[in-house]
Ligand binder design. Structure first.
Ligand SMILES: [Zn+2]
Length: 196
């Protein structure tokens, strides 16, 4: 079983990946938007307490702002080892009126990109987390073996403007991805790469 449910709000997509074994949330909203998330969840029949894990594609306010609040609700944040340094940087984007709750570093589960397949397998998800810098240095993409990728805010292939983006898309294509679930906007099919 594999279900992907968009529980997004405020022009950003947040996806619940549901397998027989687990429910994983990909990205979260701004600080203080827990009621909005709960409202979005209510429409889907998924309860917040049923979501066990949270993965953040990159540490920007509209993708990670609510992370600590969700951890307080019982969710476990999956942190990629080389991305730990990006977490404290998040507070730079936060204005005082956001009432941002800083993401604590000592109560997450940590894995490396190289170990991510084994880690995901252990929680019942077949896939891998790969580095896809371009939108930000810390950006990662979650690739599911069924050919789906959660890319966060990586620019689409038709908007590749530099080497970094080029390499990130090559890495995604190397995983036989067909369908892209972006952080903003609709899901799209990945066209075959044209050569020459
Ligand atoms: Zn975004």
């Amino acid at each position: 079983m594999l279900n992907i449910v968009n529980v997004g709000y405020d022009s950003t997509n947040y996806y619940v990946i549901e397998t027989a074994a687990t429910k994983l949330l990909v990205d979260v909203g701004f600080p203080g938007t827990l009621p909005k998330l709960n409202h979005a969840l209510k429409r889907t029949g998924i309860t917040l307490s049923a979501i066990t894990y949270l993965l953040v594609t990159h540490y920007h306010p509209d993708h990670a702002g609510l992370a600590q609040e969700l951890k307080q609700q019982g969710m476990t944040l999956i942190v990629l080892e080389p991305r730990v340094a990006a977490i404290p940087e998040l507070k730079r984007y936060m204005k005082p009126q956001y009432h941002y709750q800083e993401i604590m570093l000592d109560d997450n589960v940590t894995t490396s990109l190289a170990q991510s397949r084994a880690f995901l397998h252990g929680i019942g998800i077949d896939g891998e987390i790969i580095a896809t810098p371009g939108h930000s240095d810390d950006s990662v993409t979650l690739v599911l073996d069924v050919g789906i990728a959660f890319i966060g805010d990586l620019r689409p292939p038709q908007m590749i403007t530099d080497e970094t983006l080029q390499r990130s898309w090559e890495a995604i294509r190397a995983h036989q991805v067909q369908t892209i679930y972006p952080g903003h906007g609709p899901v799209y099919r990945l066209a075959e790469a044209t050569s020459g």
